[in-house]
Design a protein around this ligand. Structure first.
Ligand code: Z5A
Length: 222
C-alpha cells in the first residue's frame, strides 16, 4: 500500500515543470518532509540509459508503438527502483512528466491507439497512479521560446547553438496538438488534474500549486 504522496507535473516543452518541481520540493523539505525528485524518461539508472536513446536526435526513425514501449520499459524500471520504494517509505515523490506524457505525445498527438496506451498503463503503472497531476498550460510558441532560451543559457557564442532534442525540434502544429492533448487529459481526469496558467510568474504558479497541495493532498492525509 502507498504511504507517501505521488505528484506529477505535465505539459508541453518549456512550460516550467522542472522549475515548479524544484520550488515545491524546497517548500516541502523546509517543513521537514522527505522528498524524492525524479523525472521521465529517466529516474533510475536503466531508465536514464533509455532516456539518452529516446532524446538523441540521431536515433533512427521508429513508430509510435515502438517508442511507447521504450517509454513504458523505462517507466517499469523507474517505478520499481525509485517511485514505489519511496512511496512505500512514506516519502513525497515529485515527478517531472509521467504516463500522461505518453498518452499525449505517442497517442493523442501521434498514432498509438488509445486502448494500447490503456493496456500498457494497466500492466506497468497499475495502482501506482499519481494523487495529483499539475498540468502546466502555456501556448506552444511561448513554451518553445523558453525552452530555446534555456538551451542557450551558459553556452558561449563560439560553441554555436546546442541541438534541440527529437521532440523540441518538431513543428508548431505538433506542439499545439500537445497542448490540446494535455488539456483533454485534464478534462478526462478532473479529480486528479489541476491546470495552472504557466504563463504567470514562477512564484505565482508556485503559490497556486501550494494552495492545491494544502487543500487537497495534505487535508486528505489528515
Ligand atoms: N516524452 C514523451 O514523448 N513521452 C513520454 O512518455 C515522456 C516524455 C515521459 C523529455 O524531454 C521529452 O520526452 C519531452 C517529451 C518526451 N519532450 N521534449 N522536449 P525533457 O525532459 O528534456 O524536456 P521537457 O520535459 O519538455 O521539459 P523542458 O523543456 O526541460 O521544460 P520544463 O521543465 O517544462 O521547463 P523549465 O526547465 O522549468 O523552464 C524552461 C525555461 O523557462 C527555463 O529557462 C526557466 O528558467 C524558464 N521559466 C520557467 N518557469 C518560468 C516562468 N513562470 N516564467 C518565465 N520563465 C520561466
Amino acid at each position: 500500500m502507498n504511504q507517501g504522496h505521488f505528484i506529477t507535473f505535465e505539459g508541453g516543452e518549456g512550460a516550467g515543470k522542472s522549475t515548479q518541481v524544484k520550488l515545491l520540493a524546497e517548500r516541502l523539505q523546509a517543513l521537514g518532509h522527505t522528498v524524492v525528485v525524479t523525472r521521465e524518461p529517466g529516474g533510475s539508472p536503466f531508465a536514464e540509459k533509455l532516456r539518452e536513446l529516446l532524446l538523441d536526435p540521431a536515433t533512427p526513425p521508429h513508430d509510435a508503438l515502438a517508442e511507447a514501449l521504450i517509454f513504458y520499459a523505462a517507466r517499469a524500471d523507474h517505478l520499481n527502483k525509485t517511485i514505489r520504494p519511496a512511496l512505500f517509505a512514506g516519502n513525497w515523490v515529485l515527478c517531472d512528466r509521467f504516463a500522461d506524457s505518453t498518452r499525449v505525445y505517442q497517442s493523442m498527438a501521434s498514432t498509438l491507439p488509445t486502448d494500447v496506451c490503456d493496456k500498457l498503463d494497466d500492466i506497468v503503472v497499475g495502482e501506482t497512479q499519481p494523487g495529483l497531476t499539475v498540468v502546466m498550460d502555456i501556448i506552444a510558441e511561448e513554451g518553445l521560446a523558453r525552452a530555446h532560451a534555456r538551451r542557450l543559457e551558459g553556452v558561449a557564442p563560439v560553441d554555436g547553438e546546442p541541438e534541440a532534442d527529437r521532440y523540441e525540434a518538431r513543428d508548431l502544429t505538433y506542439h499545439r496538438a500537445l497542448r490540446e492533448g494535455f488539456l483533454q487529459v485534464a478534462k478526462m481526469n478532473p479529480d486528479r488534474c489541476f491546470v495552472v496558467d504557466a504563463s504567470d510568474e514562477a512564484e505565482v504558479i508556485a503559490e497556486k500549486v501550494w494552495s492545491k497541495i494544502a487543500t487537497q493532498v495534505l487535508r486528505e492525509a489528515l
